[in-house]
Write a protein that binds this ligand. Sequence first.
Ligand code: BG6
Length: 482
Amino acid sequence: MTDGSCSALLLFGATGDLARRMLLPSLYALHEDDLIRSGLRIVGTARSEIDDEGFRVMAKAALDEFLPPDRKDDAKLKSFLQRLSYQALDASTIDGFDDLAKKVGDTTKGMSIFLSTAPFLFEPTIEGLRHSGLAHEKVRIGLEKPLGEDLDSSAVINDAVGSAFSEDRIFRIDHYLGKETVQNLMALRFANMMFEPLWNAHGIDHVQITISETVGLEGRKGFYDDTGALRDMVQNHMLQLVALTAMEPPAEFDATSIRDEKVKVLRALRPVKAEEMVRGQYGAGAVKGASVASYADDLGEPSGTETFVALRAHIDNWRWQGVPFYLRTGKRMAERRSEIVIQFKEVPHNIFAKRGAKLRANRLVIRLQPEEYVRLQVMAKEPSLDREGILLREVPLDLSLTQAFAKARRRIAYERLLLDLIEGEQTLFVRRDEVEAQWRWVDAIRKVWREEDIDTKSYAAGTWGPNAGIALTERDGRSWND
Ligand code: BG6
C-alpha cells in the first residue's frame, strides 16, 4: 500500500527522547526491511545548533543504544544515515521556517511531518509551516501528545492545526493503536463467530482494563506532575482500549467506519460519580526486589498529583447497559501489565450442583504486554471416577500469539504508525471528535475531584495500588484479575 507514499519526512523534536528511543529506531527498521521508498528523505529539526553530520552522529549513537542486536546491519545503517539531514530551528518565531523549507526542498510529491513538541510551540509551528509553504495539500501532519490539557486547550490546538491542515491530513497519534495486540482485538472480535453473540450485557458481567507500570517518574518530573495518571494514560490509551472493546462492528476495516464506531462509544460514556473513582500516589516500597523512593521524594517536593487512578465506567447504550468497565492504571505497581479482561456471566443453571461441583464463570484475558496472549478460562471435568462427586476445574484455552506467530517479526508501535503516516493511512490515528469526547469525559472527572476534594490515597510502591482501588471492585462482589 504505497500509493499515498510521500518523498520527505520532516521530524520536529528530532534530537529529543522520543526521536532517539522510538522514531529513529523505527525508521531504521522500516528502511532495513525496504518498506520505505529509496527516495524518501528524512529531515530532522530541533533547537540544537548541529549540522547534517552532527545529526547523523546523534542518530547513529541512538541506534547503537536502542536497536536490538539482531537489527544492526552495517551496510543498511550507512545507507539509512544517508537519508538524514538536519536544520536547526527556533520554532517559537517565524524567522527560521524559510530556511527549513529550503532544506526540505521539493515537496510537490508529498511530505509527512511528525510533530512532537511542547504544547506552547504548536501554534507558532503551524503558523511557521503555513508561512513557509510547508502546509500545502500534499503535506500531512502527525501530532504526538500531549495535545492540550483539557477540552478547551485541545480545541485551541486542534483549531490551529485545522486552520492549516484538513482533517484527512491530520494524524493524531495514540501509540497504543500501533501495538499489534491492540489491533488484534478487532481481529478477535470481528474475525471470529464465537465471541460477538455474547459480547454484550446478556453475556458479560463486567470488563476490566489494567495498564500497570513498574517505572516511576523516569526523568519527566515537570510534565508528569502537571499531568497525572488520568490525563497521561486514561484520557488517551485507556479510552481507546475501551472504545475498541465496546464498539459496534464497523461495516468495513477503514478509517471512517472504525472511527465512527469508536466515537459513538466515547460519547456514550456516563459521567463518573465520586464514589466510582480512586486516586492514588505511590509511597516508598520495593519494585522487583529493589527498594524505591516515594513519588514526593522522586519529585523533590510534596504533590497532590495522582500516579494511580481507578474508575468504574459505564457505557450508556443498549449493548452495555448494566456492565461496569473497571479501569485502572498506575506507576510503580506490582508488575508491568496491560490487559483487557472480559468476565462472562455465570451459566443460568448449574446441573452439577447436587454432585458437589462449583462453577466459575468464563473469563477471557487479552494480554497486550509484556506477554501477548488470549486466554479463555473454561470449566472442565477433572479425570476421576467421580465417586465422591464431580470435580470441575477451570482450565485455560490458550492462544499464545508469540508462539503462534513465532516467525513474524515483532514491531514496535511507532514502526507501524510512521509507515501509515508516510503512506497516508489514517485508520490507526485518532480523529478530532474522538479526542474531544475523551476530554469531555475526563474533564468531568476532574471537576468532581475539585468539587468533592478527592485526594490521593497512598500506596506502597510495588503493590496493586491503594486499598480503595481494590475495594472498587470488591464492594460490587468482583475482584481484579491479579
Ligand atoms: C505514555 C505515557 O503515553 O505511555 C507514559 O506518557 C507511559 O507515562 C507510556 O509510561 C506507556 O507506554 P507503553 O507502550 O510502555 O505501555
